[in-house]
Design a protein around this ligand. Structure first.
Ligand code: 0RA
Length: 688
């Protein structure tokens, strides 16, 4: 049942774009460069007035090349518009002027963002002879943020300004409460429809922006509540004290109230770590919490140990997740290694050990969030997801080192518990390394080393080749007969593969099915200079790895088990877009010689209507419960033939959220699992 629900949840995503989770790849290189040039251009007075806001670029450029400014024009870009506005409101919060931000999805999929900050300035801009509000809304990068003295930082990666949102909106309405008056201006595709005008009196301050994304620009216009809510929850943890409210006014469903959530965190990252650890057995009563500031760099870190075997670390710079880590993460790790090692040595805990303790042993079962706020962040790496500022590592290392040293002295009993776990981790790591090396060495010794069960394809070009991981030998047999043997390989998996969420690492390498997956794919786990395990995908033999299981509860369970394995041990393959799920049909509808397939109820009904013309008595409907009910030809023409099949690509939209979900569904704590199922019960389509 549980897995059925996960499956349904995943299926629900399919409707949007054949994606299960959506990967967050920041692609804002160009923006950052512009932002940098801005800061070079403007190194002056810290006082704000309408004159500080300079005209720089036209909005036409944004409409011509929207991708350059907001990353893309797909669903991701659409949601990006919201963050562009919210970032400005968060800056008001960071500057100490705003404590509540509300995001409302309106009936027509337009968005309203309201904050109780100072309100965008409305005075006349001396040079441009226009209201500052109009300048902020119509001049690229005029948000006023590029002068680091005047403004605190929030979205270092976004920061292209609210004018971009204006340029990409069919209509936008700005309402400002400031100086006792309510100001309004309305724009269409970035162009003001009239001068800023006063429409009333007020005793509040703040800004409200309502925008309707332009259908000439965006491929989709439908906002996803979950996507917005998840990011707002994250923002509430990252900005303690700030209240974020989301409301969806599109439909009431069965309830009489609109869907709404309020996020507010007093505990900050401490609560974030508790949230991530739901479903895990934690070792400390309370996460260790570090808050500090050194030469303009603000640091906040929270860490907790749990009984799992994996490190779970998320890092942020100016509220933006850094998927590739960087100097802040390096500083954190340095401190953890140094302080724990020193403490364990001093206490004599490592005396009898016959092998070395590596940095990663201190991180097994560690959940941590590292967040820094930096004035001028430099981003590096392929996806610009890595912080480059070298001064940050020392600053973080000092702050964490100091608090951690103190904590260990104050909590000797818990410290011993953690060190015991570290020693266990080192022992397990040695066992795992041996097991892993055995599997990987065997490969080399036995020539091709390919698993006996693999029916390989003839092609040797990975870009064109695909492998089907098929549930069971019999379906494997059918798939083997039905496939295109030039490009399609078949690896049957026996029954349910190991639940890696509950298994020690070395057990994983001893598992026959998992060994077969490693060897068939040609990937290897190696250790880098820092002793971290990384997946080497250079010799990946197929660029599409397709999980093909029955469309029933057991099949869903198996898909989930395989996904758990990929998520925990081959994350990189998901990140590189190599993992897919096949979609076998649920029905065959037949009348005489005519036959067609249906993937859901709606399609089935359509076929029945089409074939029967209102008369059902001569129609036969076959419900496929398993792949085995199809013959080779049927399997080919519905599920395997690249020209007609549907594949769902597995991507990671929100890694912390995925982690929580896998822990919840596959881990050993029951209550959070029950809570998850209850919360997601609407996804369950009871049809087994
Ligand atoms: C420019 C200058 C100031 C505030 C803002 C822009 C501002 C922009 C947005 C966008 C959404 N909410 C916002 N709130 C403020 C500084 C204002 C001052 O010095 O009073």
């Amino acid at each position: 049942m549980i897995l059925k629900q996960l499956r349904e949840k995943l299926m629900a995503c399919k409707a949007v774009k054949n994606h299960l989770f959506f990967v967050s790849l920041p692609t804002f290189k160009i923006n950052r460069k512009i932002a940098y040039e801005m800061s070079e251009n403007k190194k002056q007075q810290p006082n704000y007035s309408a004159d500080n806001i300079t005209a720089l670029e036209g909005l036409e450029a944004v409409r011509k090349r929207p991708g350059m400014y907001i990353g893309s024009t797909d669903e991701k870009g659409l949601h990006h518009l919201v963050w562009e506005v919210v970032d400005n409101s968060i800056d008001e919060h960071l500057a100490g002027h705003c404590d509540t931000i509300t995001v409302r999805i309106n009936k027509n999929n337009s968005i309203t963002v309201t904050d109780n900050g100072r309100g965008i300035p409305t005075g006349m801009h001396a040079k441009l002879k226009k209201s500052a509000l109009e300048v902020v809304m119509t001049v690229l990068h005029a948000g006023g943020k590029f002068d680091k003295d005047t403004y605190k930082v929030s979205g270092g990666l976004h920061g292209v300004g609210v004018s971009c949102v204006n340029a990409l909106s069919e209509t936008l309405r700005a309402e400002v409460h400031r100086g006792g008056e309510i100001f309004e201006q309305i724009y269409k595709r970035g162009k003001p429809q009239e001068d800023v005008k006063v429409i009333g009196k007020t005793d509040k301050t703040g800004t409200t922006v309502t925008f309707q994304p332009d259908d000439e620009i965006f491929e989709t216009l439908v906002y996803k509540y979950e996507t917005l809510a998840n990011r707002m929850r994250e923002l509430s943890f990252l900005n303690k004290g700030l209240t974020l409210v989301i409301t969806d006014e599109r439909e009431k469903g069965e309830e009489t109230e609109f869907r709404t959530d309020t996020f507010h965190s007093e505990g900050g990252l401490k609560e974030f770590v508790n949230y991530l650890d739901a479903g895990k057995t934690t070792i400390l009563e309370d996460p260790i919490h570090v808050v500090g500031k050194e030469s303009d760099v603000e640091i906040e870190v929270a860490m907790q140990y749990n009984s799992s075997f994996k490190e779970n670390l998320y890092s942020y710079v100016n509220n933006i997740r850094t998927t590739e880590g960087g100097t802040h993460v390096r500083g954190f790790r340095m401190a953890v290694n140094r302080v724990f090692k020193k403490y364990a040595d001093a206490e004599g805990y490592l005396n009898k050990l016959k092998f070395d303790i590596a940095g990663e042993d201190f991180r097994e079962g560690l959940s941590a969030v590292v967040s820094v706020k930096v004035q001028e962040p430099q981003f590096k790496g392929q996806t610009k997801g890595e912080l480059g500022n070298s001064e940050v590592s020392g600053i973080v290392s000092r702050a964490v080192g100091e608090i951690l040293t103190h904590w260990l002295e104050e909590n000797k009993r818990l410290a011993k518990k953690i060190i015991d776990k570290v020693i266990l981790a080192a022992t397990a790591r040695h066992a795992a390394r041996k097991a892993r090396e055995m599997v990987q060495r065997k490969n080399v010794l036995t020539g091709s080393g390919l698993p006996g069960k693999l029916s390989d394809c003839s092609s040797r070009s990975p870009e064109k080749s695909e492998i089907f991981l098929v549930e069971g030998d019999s379906a494997g047999g059918t798939a083997k007969q039905g496939r295109d043997r030039m490009y399609q390989a078949i690896l049957p998996l026996r029954g349910k593969i190991l639940n890696v969420e509950k298994a020690m690492e070395h057990r994983i390498y001893e598992n026959e099915e998992i060994k077969n997956i490693f060897t068939a794919l040609g990937v290897k786990i190696e250790e880098n200079e820092e002793g971290e395990r990384v997946l080497n995908t250079e010799k990946l033999r197929y660029h599409k790895v397709i999980i093909m299981c029955d469309a029933d509860v057991d099949g869903s369970h198996i898909v989930t088990l395989i996904l758990t394995f990929f998520f925990r041990y081959m994350t990189r393959l998901i990140e590189q877009g190599h993992i897919y799920i096949a979609a076998p049909p649920l029905y065959q509808v037949k009348k005489g010689k005519k036959a067609a397939y249906a993937w859901d109820e709606e399609e089935r009904q359509k076929l029945v209507d089409e074939f029967g013309g209102g008369n059902e008595s001569g129609i036969s409907i076959q419900r496929y419960k398993g792949l085995g009910e199809m013959n080779a030809e049927q399997l080919w023409e519905t599920t395997m033939n690249a020209e007609v099949r549907t594949l769902r690509q597995v991507t990671i939209e929100d890694a912390p959220e995925c982690d929580r979900t896998f822990t919840m569904l596959m881990g050993d704590e029951v209550p959070p699992r029950r809570a998850f199922i209850e919360a997601n019960a609407t996804y369950a389509n009871i049809d087994i």
